[in-house]
Design a protein around this ligand. Structure first.
Ligand SMILES: O=C(O)CCC(=O)C(=O)O
Ligand SMILES: [Fe+2]
Length: 286
């Protein structure tokens, strides 16, 4: 595992993940094939309802964010309730199921390593999310852009999850903010990128930092990326689900940086503002 950690741990590249390169290539290919089908075929999956099991759309935050992004997106929740095979698009059905299984197992390993890095027992984070874990598979398609200086593939943002495992093709365009400079994440064939998200920043009390990232629009393309978001299920009903800095990480010398939040409150804030470039955790800082 390589990391860029001089400002807190926020961004890694995982190389020895054990996932066959053919699976990575077929996943990119499957998502590309989905997006390159006739509009009439894709229409069946089009919805702006983020609660749907399978979603095809452009800009989830079209009506909230200040600007639209130059990309289309396919989304499906793969854990805990994956769609029935026939609910998935035929062109990428099998590879989505295979890739999801690989992600679930890599996610467990990453949660174990991060628990240990925080000085906690290996199973700590896994137990914390047990029964509530939600993994979303998100397949982006960034078409070639005739005027890339006028727009972005994705506006600067931090992810609303614990961590995101990201697979990108060879086109490039992803950048992370490091010491106030945008740094290219150069595509590495066979490598997977791991971005720390807001929820891990919150519970680790800023030991891990949610990485700010964006995607440039490019004349070359299309660019395909597949992001797996490890998050919590959106709380249903009235029972609040609270999350705050892990007790074991708090001491007199290390006071909590965040208050305990209701997860619904965080998600409502994140989706209410869209990808507007502002950190979603700010209102929850003490
Ligand atoms: O396409 C990429 O490389 C990044 C995607 C991303 O940041 C996201 O889905 O949150
Ligand atoms: Fe992201």
């Amino acid at each position: 595992m390589r990391s860029d950690a001089s400002e807190g741990w926020g961004f890694f590249q995982v190389i020895n993940h054990g996932i066959p390169s053919s699976v990575l290539e077929e996943t990119i290919d499957g998502i590309r094939q989905f997006h390159e089908q006739d509009t009439g075929v894709k229409k069946r999956f089009y919805t702006r309802d983020l609660r749907s099991k399978v979603i095809y759309m452009s800009n989830f935050d079209l009506y909230e964010a200040p600007a639209a992004n130059w990309r289309d997106t396919f989304v499906c929740g793969v854990v805990p309730n994956p769609p029935d095979p026939e609910e998935l698009p035929g062109v990428c059905r099998d590879i989505i199921r295979e890739y999801s299984m690989q992600m679930k197992s890599l996610g467990i390993t990453l949660f174990e390593l991060i628990s240990e890095a925080l000085g906690l027992k290996r199973g700590y984070l896994k137990e914390l999310v047990e029964d509530e874990e939600r993994i979303l598979l998100v397949g982006h398609y960034y078409p070639p852009c005739p005027e890339p200086e006028l727009t972005l593939g994705s506006t600067s943002h931090q992810d609303d999850d614990f961590l995101t495992i990201l697979l990108q093709d060879q086109i490039g365009g992803l950048q992370v903010l490091h010491q106030n400079h945008w740094v290219d994440v150069v595509p590495d064939r066979g490598g997977l990128i791991v971005n720390v998200g807001d929820l891990l920043q919150l519970i680790s009390n800023d030991k891990f930092i949610s990485v700010q990232h964006r995607v440039l629009a490019k004349r070359e393309g299309p660019r395909i990326s597949v992001a797996c978001f490890f998050k919590l299920q959106y709380p249903k009903g009235d029972a609040p689900r609270h999350l705050g800095p892990i007790q074991e990480l708090i001491s007199e010398g290390n006071p909590p940086v965040y208050r305990h939040i209701n997860v619904k409150e965080y998600f409502d804030h994140f989706y209410g503002k869209g990808l507007d470039g502002n950190p979603a955790l700010t209102p929850f800082r003490l």
